[in-house]
Design a protein around this ligand. Structure first.
Ligand code: ATP
Length: 238
């Protein structure tokens, strides 16, 4: 694993309507690692991801990508830097086919038309199960299939940095592993850095290199997954 920092939140404070949801958060995602961000509902995990991806303006602090200050950049600008986000709750349009969702996503991200079919092929190579339901409306798919589509859509941008907000929601642990194993394989094959927000701690730690624990808008622990698993107090909490 390389140690260079690709994405960093530096002393970020942010919230809604003047009420801070996260306070003075500093966290670094390194090149070629899976960093797992753990915390209960309302701990501020999604708020931090939104700040990193330019969807929410922070009150103070900065976001750095590859050492450049991107604090005031839009999601589109951050996406152009090679960052993609899989939002919480899948976010697929129920009436559109998976093929159309992929086309729309690539159109929105400005992927040149002549590259689009290669990108889809590449994603289907990573997540081959999608091939079977490419022409089905997303609303008719199971939760796991929809989550796969949401991840596939993010991968179409060929990101270097992938932010994933609770991909396990509504999935059985086995399905979650089926979903994440190919992403971990891809991450190890290519230089992909992943920030994985999860409440399904045991399953998420299996594929993570480092972990960070958040509580009530603050970071309360950082270390190796094995250390966290040995920490009975924290494991009981999460
Ligand atoms: P979850 O797992 O439920 O998504 P989380 O750790 O991601 O939890 P956040 O969604 O970041 O937590 O929420 C942090 C705090 O900010 C919570 O108190 C939440 O109620 C509040 N909050 C989140 N989104 C909004 C919003 N759009 N408007 C107002 N308050 C919000």
């Amino acid at each position: 694993m390389n140690n260079s920092v690709v994405l960093a939140a530096q002393n970020i404070t942010a919230g809604y309507g003047g009420h801070p949801a996260i306070n003075d958060i500093t966290v670094e995602l390194r090149e070629d690692e899976v960093l797992c961000l753990i915390g209960h509902n309302g701990a501020g995990k999604s708020t931090l991801l939104k700040c990193l991806f330019g969807l929410l303006a922070s009150e103070s602090g900065s976001v750095m990508i590859d050492g450049q200050d991107t604090t005031r950049e839009s999601a589109r600008e951050i996406s152009d830097r090679g960052v993609a986000m899989v939002p919480e709750g899948r976010g697929v349009f129920p009436s559109l086919s998976v093929r159309d969702i992929f086309s729309l996503g690539m159109h929105a991200s400005g992927v040149p038309k002549k590259e689009q079919s290669d990108r889809v092929e590449w994603v289907l190579d990573i997540l081959p199960a999608i091939t079977e339901f490419m022409n089905r409306p997303a609303g008719t798919l199971s939760g796991g299939q929809q989550q796969m589509v949401s991840i596939g859509r993010a991968l179409l941008n060929r990101p270097r940095i992938l932010l994933m907000d609770e991909p396990s929601i509504g999935l059985a642990p086995k399905l979650f592993q089926d979903l994440l194993a190919p992403i971990r394989a891809l991450q190890q094959r290519e230089k992909l850095s992943i920030l994985l927000v999860e409440q399904n701690v045991r399953e998420a730690l299996k594929i993570s290199d480092r972990a960070v624990v958040m509580k009530s808008g603050a970071m309360i622990w950082e270390g190796q997954p094995a250390e966290l698993e040995d920490n009975e107090r924290l494991m009981e909490l999460y």
